[in-house]
Design a protein around this ligand. Sequence first.
Ligand code: ATP
Length: 511
Amino acid sequence: MANNEDQFKKVISHAKEYGFIFASSEIYDGLSAVYDYAQNGVELKKNIREYWWRSMVYLHQNIVGIDAAILMHPTTWKASGHVDAFNDPLIDNKDSKKRYRADVLIEDYAEKLNQKAEKEIEKARKRFGDNFDEAQFVATNERVIRYKTEQREILERMARSLDSENLADVKALIEELGIADPDTGSKNWTEVRQFNLMFGTKLGASAESATDLYLRPETAQGIFVNFLNVQKSGRMKIPFGIAQTGKAFRNEIVARQFIFRMREFEQMEMQFFVRPGEEMKWYEYWKETRLKWHLSLGLGAENYRFHDHEKLAHYANAASDIEFNFPFGFKELEGIHSRTDFDLKAHEEYSGKKLQFFDPELNKNYTPYVVETSIGLDRMFLAVLSTSLQDETLEDGSTRTVLKIPSILAPVKAAVLPLVKKDGLPEIAQSIIDSLQWDYNVVYDEKDAVGRRYRRQDAAGTPFCITVDHQTKEDQTVTIRHRDSMEQERVAISEISEKIHNSISYKAWLQ
Ligand code: ATP
């Protein structure tokens, strides 16, 4: 665990040192759980957003995008259930004065049981080698059965208690399991209380006439209220989807995991409208499609897993998370939810407007069902950054820090480096920049020895370094040095652009 914590600390300090992420308003000591994206961070974030948008919108002829406002009519949040039910159960430790989410404390406890079971399975796998039958082992080994049963029972009881608003039982469960404050070990807990996560604000000039509004806690509702507008103006036929990326705001109780849990964050959501009764087919389709998208980036299949929900939100009839192996363990990266017709029906009821679709094949009107895919852009950023950051020991015994960001997402695609600051080499390097900058984000760097410049670009995740040397003047070739393999090749200046293009073509990555 210590190693993972070290890795997480390294990610945070690397993010700052190399211009990815700064604490918000840092000169005033920052604002809790709010962050700014810096010069490299903004590029990585933009590239992740683009990678998502292209795969969801451009590669699906029946999906279109919108960009709805952050501020919405306040009744939206009545209809969606957020005013009444967008709560987290919180609990305070009386000794440490620290505040926690009661459900997260219990889930972490249950996850430890799961890890114990996994350890037993791993041990057995080593013992039995090729003959190991995992399914049989899990079904018959007493310890594994005990751990898994206990884990399931705990999660089921928590789900029941939260569903029935029995907060006293949630507290009882924490006490029965002997869960202690993870920071101090104290078991001196307050009652469990519900806490609404929406940020309020006001619209209007004077205090008397102002309307109470909320900053949107999710982007999805901007899609639902526009369902009919988009369907009509885009002549969309069911099944079809509406995608959107944008800021969302939640007054999170516990927010101490860097950009994993922020109070202002960005979501990339897609609501897919389907015929009632066909939602499970599409739910499975989107689970598979979204996992494929993640795997296309090559961060390692072992770093992803599905977690099917026991406790369903008030709007869902099936839900699963894609969890990612962050430096602090497997946690939710994306949610795939079958939201039924809950949202459209609720908006019909509150607005008095019909939000239905006339299906020419069935010759009838109905309220579509919805399957949603919802991923946090910042969490995806953290997944990419934390997995890409690696310390390598090289053949000569020295070490290098390298960010092996998938090249399609890399903030800077190439750095152009004149070997020396004289003999006309800077001018040639500049002319290469002049031609590449139309298509790619490229940088020029002439400071320090070339080896140090390579390391600097490694640490920023730049996949290509293009070095201009004296030979360039004679034969119009440069050295391209590859970030991951550190291999160098001699390439004609006229071929550089194609080389970069081949490595960052959406077709190659997404197909
Ligand atoms: P969690 O259980 O971690 O609080 P959630 O289930 O409330 O997340 P959803 O409402 O399903 O999250 O939101 C969809 C996605 O938005 C999440 O999968 C996550 O990637 C992202 N997200 C949600 N809350 C935050 C946050 N506070 N900071 C950053 N990303 C977030």
